[in-house]
Write a protein of this length. Sequence first.
Length: 494
Amino acid sequence: MVQAERAGDSCWYKLNGQEILEKAEWDGQYIPIIPVIGREQNIDGKRKWLGIVHPSKDGQRLFNYAVSTAVETAALEPKAPFIGYEGQFEGHEQAWAQANIRNFPYLEVKPMTLGGQVAPLPQRNTAGANLGPSLALVDQADSYIKSTTFVYDPSLGSSAGSRSGRAVLALQQQADIGNSNYLDNLASVSMTYEAKVLLDLIPKIYDRPGRVARILGTDDEVKQVMLNAPFSVSESGRPIPMLPGAPPSSPVPGGRPRNIKRYDLAQGKYVATVSVGRAYRTRVEQGADELAQVLQTSPNLMPLIGDLYFKYRDFPGHLEIARRLKKMAPPEVREDDQELDPQQLLAQLEQMKAESGQMIEQMTKQMEEMTKTIEGKVIEQQALLQKAQIEAQARVQVAEIQAQAQMAVINQKTTSGDLKAQLSSETTLLAKQRDTDAKMQLELLKQIAKQQQQARESANVSPTVNVVVNADGPADDENGEMNLGGYPSREEAE
């Protein structure tokens, strides 16, 4: 890849070391050389990059030296020969010479005596080379390599001793943490730039309308989609192109309403984010193990979560078992997981809008009727209050007339001046007292009506004012005071 003469353009070349075989312009704006940085250091103003191998070079050299020494020592050691007395192999030299390369059923020796006793049979020399120091160096170099790379036996699939699964998992996580900086740089620098290069190239490479591509979901499920053209998905999961002029509501060949999708890669700009974590398969296995422990402790949860447990297992027929268990699940669980078709959702939405419109109309009519009823009751209440005021004034006037008539009678019958004056003063006081009582009763009625009006406005209910009028008119009580039609007297009001 070289930079072209024109600014902003790049070209790529295919070379054989002597000549240019092929040349073309590069479609993207980024040079597709992805750096993978392990550990970056700045020493005296110079950038230096180190990887996971650099710290363990000395340990690897020691390992190589120890193993080479052990091999050399073992190679220089002669094969273990047979040792016997001179003359024991006489007559059988050929068989004993081939004993190391042929499998004879038996070997013969010539008997000999030493000092009057039979000599022992020939024996093989079993003394071997001393490999102990070299093997000890090999073990020490192996520990050096593991300590510099942070990769121990559990991460290599070897667990010495009777360790539990949690202990092995903790040791593996410890190794992951020791090398986390390499994964972090890979995700934040290398893969992020790689995604930028790919996102820049995808709209220019996948530009043909109707091209079918495979995509992967978060659960590694493979789906097929159509690029740069509207399409719908058939029952088998394959994309079906939408014919020109066909309405979106027309059904697909399977009879199901269309769910139109469109993936136009040329529209908009995209940004990729990279996160480091466990692979989906690892997370699935871990989740399945945890579900197995839950079901082992609580078997009664099998009808509720059994389909999820078998869905994430990995053996032939696990999906069929999951589907059957899902059919046997309680209705409320199946309703929560049921996916509605978009057309059904639209129909339900329209129905909800119609029902809400009818409900609003009914509530509006009820509010209008309540308003009319309240207004009628307010008018009726005002009329009753005015009637009570008029009746109270009439009773006051009647009381005054009666008092004047009684005084006139007393004036006619009484000849004594002192008695007349006394009766006149008493009559005047009685009239004033009754006038005061009538005014207090009118004020009390007004306060009661005002309180009921405020209560009606705050509670939004029609008030009811009970006005009791004595049809017989005012009458004097035992104390000589007038009671206006059942209304409380002054002492009762106080």
